[in-house]
Design a protein around this ligand. Structure first.
Ligand code: ATP
Length: 612
């Protein structure tokens, strides 16, 4: 549930009731482990809360003395003393409150600081599979709202439970000390008025809940229609009118719900607040009868104190009636966070990684089998060897498993059986960051941060000098383009690099990989057709790469295929043919088919005369 929903209600939703966490010793101990480092500060907060809650009741008790000792006895000296004392106590309680709030917020911030860091690190270590299978919104919610929820539990829930309990206990003791019968009447009266209030609150909450759903729906429409691609879709299909009508309909529903929400329970509360004056009247009546007829010791001051304490009890009782809601919600929040912490890290760094003495950069696949889920085998018995300095082209129909093969090298996924070796060592035995530092991957999906071109390049190597950056960009054929921009290397690339064309993004990501200077380059050539100029620019950037570096290229163009030392032809997850172009083309198999349909046609498009 969103923050708005969480904050706005004091009732559990059906979903929350269904997902009530089991209160186990383990769960409580685990929560306690986050609080433990701050045990001293928490004890201090506890003492401060006890002090400020008791102090805040003192003025009500002193009022009794003011009436009896000061006013009735007409003693000005005592009156002034008591007034000053009451004032001092109030100021004292407020000062303690300030200190308590500071300390409390300090503890909450530190606990959530620890949790956020732990969560961020944990998420960073999660596998690619985790991010492809989980909803991105859920992951972000866990990181933001859920952890902020913990902060609110500490600063609001815990404090309110403590201070309300203490206020209530102190008020009750004080009332009993004054008069037991009147205290009992007060204790019976308070819940009579607080329970119906809670019931009205429930109706109101239900409306709020509905308004929340409506609000989410509005957000959904805004997200869909005001996003860059959504807006384009609306324009291209001329759906402006339809979308506006859809928005207006939800917007109207929202207005009605908001009005209903603000009016819910108003009449009831009006009656209730009138009726609630009955409580003090009852104390005055019974107290008056007692004072006049039965109890000579009971004073006017005592009755005033009792009425005043009674008024102070409504809010704590009301709050404590919600204790179970707060408790369950807080535990669920912790449970949800812990569920994330407990998710196993799929791609683990070995405890004792093998060190490679001399890095050469060979890659070997040894009878590798792989699947994303057991029902469907993706790679079957893949074996090949890439010797240092050489290049391999992987070709094959879409969905044959080409990207999957390359993802196994930097351990984006791990093999199901068989092994992938880097310089003769199983990649699972190598230090993960060492392995990944040796591999430069230019994928089809080029990801750029919303920053400047320079910042995006430096991500690969933060120590790169200006000369290194320019050299890499020249090699990647993107330097001229960058120089033509008014801001040059300081040009902002836009959200995910949207301000750049597909070809420019690919060349920029080639430059980024060049700056990383890896031992092996893996290049997933773009399938989307680029114009011949962009093709040429990319081609002349990758050709020297293929020659100078050990590389694996998922190739979609004949020129790239021809530049490689060996070609692997993949079909349905199996290597069905391998060798060099001239031999493969004669086989009349999958490669010949690819050559006829994909490569040759692409070549004809670019150089019509050459292929005639
Ligand atoms: P293309 O040339 O279209 O990029 P490809 O040969 O690179 O295709 P892969 O991306 O390796 O093919 O995908 C091989 C098969 O695995 C496809 O059928 C695809 O649907 C499936 N696949 C790919 N990624 C995942 C994933 N994360 N989870 C489940 N299945 C996947």
């Amino acid at each position: 549930m969103s923050q708005r929903g969480m904050r706005g209600n004091r009732y559990l939703s059906e979903e929350e009731k269904k997902n009530k966490p089991k209160v186990t010793k383990k769960l409580l101990m685990r929560i306690a482990s986050y609080l433990k480092p701050y045990a001293f500060q928490m004890t201090l907060v506890l003492v401060l809360i006890a002090l400020s809650s008791s102090f805040s009741l003192l003025p009500s008790i002193i009022t009794g003395k003011i009436i009896d000792e000061g006013l009735i006895k007409q003693d000005l000296g005592v009156l002034i003393q008591l007034i000053l004392l009451s004032l001092a106590v109030t100021v004292g309680a407020q000062l303690i409150n300030v200190l308590q709030s500071y300390l409390n917020s300090w503890i909450a911030q530190h606990i959530t600081f620890d949790m956020r860091n732990q969560m961020f690190r944990h998420l960073q270590s999660m596998s690619h599979r985790f991010f492809t299978t989980n909803n991105q919104g859920d992951i972000i919610t866990r990181m933001t709202s859920d952890i902020s929820g913990v902060q609110s539990i500490i600063t609001n829930t815990l404090v309110s439970i403590l201070s309300n309990s203490i206020t209530l206990i102190v008020a009750m003791i004080a009332m009993f000390q004054k008069n037991a019968l009147l205290a009992i009447i007060g204790i019976i009266i308070v819940p009579i008025f607080t329970i119906p209030t809670k019931m009205v609150g429930k109706t109101r909450w239900e409306i709020t809940n509905e308004a929340q759903k409506c609000h989410d729906e509005i957000n959904g429409i805004l997200n869909e229609t005001l996003s860059v691609s959504g807006q384009l879709l609306v324009k291209l299909f001329s759906k402006e009118e339809q979308e506006a009508a859809r928005y207006e309909e939800v917007n109207r529903r929202m207005v009605q719900l908001n009005i209903k929400e603000s009016m819910a329970g108003r009449w009831f509360r009006l009656v209730l607040s009138t009726v609630s004056t009955i409580g003090p009247m009852l104390i005055y009546l019974v107290g008056g009868i007692l004072m006049m007829k039965y109890d000579a010791n009971l004073t006017v001051g005592d009755i005033t104190v009792l009425v005043s304490l009674l008024a102070r009890m409504y809010q704590p009782v009301n709050s404590l009636l919600n204790f179970s809601v707060d408790w369950i919600r807080s535990l669920s929040l912790f449970q949800r966070i812990f569920d994330y912490f407990d998710m196993e890290v799929e791609i683990k760094n070995p405890e004792h990684p093998v060190m490679i003495e001399e890095i050469k950069g060979s890659v070997e696949f040894n009878e590798v089998n792989f699947h994303y889920s057991p029902e469907r085998q993706i790679l079957k018995n893949i074996s090949f060897e890439l010797t240092p300095g050489k290049s391999i082209a992987i070709v094959g129909p879409s969905g044959s498993g080409k990207s999957t093969i390359i993802n196994l090298i930097p351990r984006i996924y791990d093999v199901i059986s068989g092994e992938v070796l880097f310089d003769g060592v199983d990649v699972r035995k190598l230090d993960l960051s060492f392995l990944r530092s040796q591999i430069g991957l230019v994928s089809q999906e080029t990801y750029l941060f919303n920053g400047t071109i320079r910042e995006n390049l430096l991500y690969a190597n933060e120590n790169a000098s200006e000369e290194m950056i320019v050299e890499a960009c020249k090699k990647a054929n993107i330097h001229d383009f960058i120089s033509r921009q008014p801001e040059g290397y300081d040009t902002i690339v836009g959200n995910r690099g949207l301000k750049l064309s597909g070809g420019e993004k690919q060349r920029l990501s080639i430059a980024r990989v060049l700056l990383k200077n890896p031992t092996i380059i893996i290049f997933d050539e773009a399938t989307s057709s680029l114009d011949s100029i962009s093709e040429d620019l990319i081609q002349s950037a990758i050709d020297p790469l293929i020659e100078s570096k050990t590389s694996i290229i998922i190739a979609h163009r004949l020129s790239t295929v021809l530049a490689c030392d060996e070609i692997l032809v993949l079909k349905d997850g199996e290597i069905v043919e391998r060798g060099q172009h001239d031999d493969l083309v004669k086989l009349n198999g999958t490669y010949t088919e690819l050559y006829e349909t994909q490569f040759k046609r692409a070549l004809e498009k670019l150089n019509p005369c050459e292929c005639e």
